[in-house]
Ligand binder design. Structure first.
Ligand code: SAM
Length: 284
């Protein structure tokens, strides 16, 4: 039975509040799994099971799929669409609130594949890049504008705290564009698939880096120096000399700093004991 018929059989109603726009095109589903680099040794955490079309496509290639779905009314649908798929399990829970450490202890290393509502994509990607110790990669369908923000270069309007956080985790590329016509029901925006691959590119204390990046973008209209002073309570003279030692202009704004420069700035602030001495409670 087709997924549409199964949804009808159980009188399923699409819920806008959970961004329920489902995919059915088998070629696209397989392409997303291939973008994620899934093979028979991979454990996949899927976020947003929906009617299970992507779950099934992942399970065909993966060792194991643990798929999270917030909407319990999909349970009867999924027991039909995922019947016979032995290596997939569905957890009915809000992934945003789920204990990531507990999940990681149970499943070990994993990659994430997700086609999620746009309003939760950024918080969930931030949670994974900042707290996901065993997460090797993230392949996620996002609104085209969000994809541009995730993969932005410094010095552009799209570059922000999210971009810099993702860059610390690894490389980020847009693997394909997906027109709105591929979804049922059809959303008002086009989408893109983004693949984020873990890479140890920079060596820096992650919490400290996060604190510096958040401070740098706290008020985008302010200069970097003013944002640092406001966040860490450092004297202006010290803040300015720190930036000048790194060759950063006094008038620079956060969005002009590359992830590499954010790492160097973070390290300098740790070495000068600014971060931990003055900003300790801001970091923890
Ligand atoms: N993966 C399916 C597909 O590609 O057809 C469904 C994608 S649909 C865009 C997003 C799914 O995520 C919906 O089924 C929705 O109920 C679920 N969802 C929304 N917020 C969630 C959350 N915080 N945790 C887990 N699932 C969520």
């Amino acid at each position: 039975m087709e997924i549409g018929q199964t949804l009808q059989k159980y009188n399923f109603t699409f819920k806008k509040k959970w961004g329920q726009n489902f995919l059915t095109d088998q070629n696209l589903l397989r392409a997303i799994v291939s973008d994620a680099g899934v093979d028979k040794d991979t454990t996949v955490v899927e976020i947003g099971t929906g009617a299970g079309a992507l779950t099934r496509a992942i399970a065909e290639r993966a060792k194991r799929v643990v798929s999270f779905e917030i909407d319990r009314t999909l349970a009867p649908v999924l027991s039909e669409t995922l019947a016979g798929v032995e290596n997939a399990e569905v957890v009915f829970a809000d992934f945003e609130k789920y204990d990531l450490n507990a999940l990681e202890r149970e499943i070990g290393e994993y990659v994430v594949v997700a086609n999620l509502p746009y309003y939760v994509t950024t918080p969930i990607v931030m949670k994974l890049v900042e707290e996901g110790e065993n997460c090797r990669g993230i392949t996620v369908m996002v609104q085209e504008e969000v994809a541009a923000r995730f993969a932005a270069r410094e010095g552009t309007a799209d570059y922000g705290a999210v971009t810099a956080a993702i860059a610390l985790f690894g490389s980020c590329e847009v693997t394909r564009r997906v027109p709105r016509t591929m979804f049922v029901p059809r959303p008002n925006v086009d989408s893109a698939v983004v693949h984020i691959q873990r890479q140890a590119r920079f060596q820096v204390d992650r919490k400290a880096y996060r604190a510096v990046v958040r401070a740098a973008f706290f008020n985008r209209r302010k200069t970097l120096v003013n944002n640092l002073i406001a966040a860490f309570g450092m004297p202006r003279e010290q803040a300015e000399s720190l930036l000048s030692e790194l060759g950063i202009e006094k008038s620079a704004r956060g969005e002009t700093l590359s992830p590499d420069m954010f790492c160097r700035l973070t390290q300098k602030m740790i070495d000068s004991q600014i971060l931990f001495r003055q900003g300790q409670n801001k970091i923890s």
